[in-house]
Design a protein around this ligand. Structure first.
Ligand code: 5GP
Length: 198
């Protein structure tokens, strides 16, 4: 998605060879126009998959998910990272090791919002080593639902997340794929070369 790539180049900050900061439009301040485009792009890519629900993780997955939910006309459920006083019954839990925080935490959803009839689209802001996505897949599967695919705003293709998910047979659609963050610069995966199998 060209507008997203441009935004990453113009407003992203490379913090290290493995971490990109996008607080200017996704992780802190949010660009609603870009989110709307992102929602349309996810909706187009999964238009024929009979998606009935979007599952994401608070907080940065919520904005792109809501926009995609609006386009696909389906509800969005976000897994919580902290236990809520009001969320007590029928919880499904999974552990997730956070790449950025380097700690393991529990995430949960109320089982009543996901049923065995659901075809789930999982959406998240970043894909690094795939731990957040795997935890969301576990929550969906524990509820008996089918995971139809994963939509990622920014994939760091030099980390192992995509391979791990594809190995499990799960379709991954990323809107921007970063090949490297070396020398303080963002390089994207060359989609043309990718298309011809390089
Ligand atoms: P994974 O679970 O795939 O290892 O990491 C994905 C999660 O870690 C995302 O939900 C995202 O919040 C966070 N994350 C991973 N890499 C980055 C990064 O380079 N920048 C930011 N801002 N978040 C990241």
């Amino acid at each position: 998605m060209e507008s997203l790539k441009r935004k990453i180049i113009e407003e992203g900050r490379v913090l290290s060879e493995s971490v990109l900061k996008v607080d200017a439009f996704l992780n802190h301040q949010i660009d609603p126009f870009l989110m709307r485009e992102i929602g349309k792009e996810f909706a187009a890519r999964f238009a024929d998959d009979g998606i009935t629900k979007i599952l994401t993780l608070e907080s940065s997955g919520i904005a792109p998910s809501v926009m995609a939910g609006l386009e696909l006309n389906v509800p969005v459920i976000f897994a919580r990272k902290r236990k809520s006083l009001t969320m007590t019954d029928g919880l499904l839990n999974a552990s997730v090791y956070s790449f950025t925080k380097q700690e393991t935490s529990e995430i949960s959803i109320a089982s009543k919002y996901v049923s065995p009839n659901d075809k789930i689209l999982i959406i998240d802001d970043f894909l690094a080593n795939g731990q957040a996505a795997l935890a969301l897949i576990k929550l969906a599967e524990d509820a008996g639902a089918q995971v139809s695919g994963i939509g990622i705003v920014i994939e760091k293709s030099f980390q192992k997340g995509r391979n791990l998910l594809e190995y499990k047979g799960i379709r991954v659609e990323s809107l921007a794929r970063i090949q490297s963050l070396n020398d303080g610069k963002v390089s994207f995966v060359n989609e043309t070369m990718e298309g011809i199998g390089l």
